[in-house]
Design a protein around this ligand. Sequence first.
Ligand code: ADP
Ligand code: MG
Length: 311
Amino acid sequence: MIEQSYSATRAAARVALVTCAELPELDPDDQSLVPALAAAGITAVPAVWDDPAVDWSAFDLAVVRNTWDYPKRRSEFTAWAGSVPQLANAADVIAWNTDKRYLRQLADAGIPIVPTTWIEPGDPVHLDTGDTAAAEIVVKPAVSVGSVDTGRYRLPEQAGLATAHIERLQAAGRLVMVQPYLADVDTAGETALLFIAGRYSHAIRKGAILTGPDEGVETLYQEETITPRTPSPAEHALAERVLAALPFDRASLLYARVDLLPAASGDPVVIEVELTEPSLFLTTAADAPDRLAAAIADRLPAPRAEHPGSA
Ligand SMILES: Nc1ncnc2c1ncn2[C@@H]1O[C@H](COP(=O)(O)OP(=O)(O)O)[C@@H](O)[C@H]1O
Ligand SMILES: [Mg+2]
């Protein structure tokens, strides 16, 4: 449950934890922030990003958390971000990070990313079905959350299904990404490294998600299997390089998540960098909710009134 003690904290800072209409009470993992913020004298209130009744100027800070319904209306979302007076992460970060074209910029800076072919809405589709070994590919949109609209295809048998998926995304005006399926994810999983205020906090292993072609199911996200993980030195070093290569001061980022897959060589490569609405897996690391609450407290614009009621 969300703790809301308006009367006891009238003088305390108020922070919005920004979510979507389908999760008005926040994702359970992010609900762990509410008591952590309360312990710091901060009242946290869930707020739905596209709810016209919310007065964003009434909050000292709005923290983006579970806004997982924006991929089909990204421009509305980035315009909303630009309209919120105090937002973390900031609107320019969100504009940059909600379209995976940023991966090209990171690749140009020397960061290894999953090899990607980009297909614009008007481009002809020529899948390289390979005339030697069979291959597996992933088709996904460049504006994406939660593995929605993402599919895995065996070539050449499923080339028709893959092409249909690409054309479906193109018809919706979406930039398409085609990648080799990095099959080591099936055993090693994906590694996500979490940073709070630019400093490494914790990491998790995410099990492989894709089982086959996209079935066009309208969900907010696909189920994930998450366990704590200690990243390898190579993973840790790559995530640090990513933070250093971002076009933002890393300390200015309230949160950052770097997601890595193992390439066939065994070396980690970047699948995505999440600065917008990442699950932070706060409940997988004992101190993570308190660390994030402290970083939020640091960002509050004005000194806060005393709050004699808090322990
Ligand atoms: N090239 C790939 N190889 C293996 N698995 C992939 C690949 N691309 C995506 N996936 C799987 O699909 C999931 C979602 O893809 P991702 O690029 O992270 O998009 P989203 O932004 O929707 O999370 C990943 O967590 C991973 O399990
Ligand atoms: Mg992902």
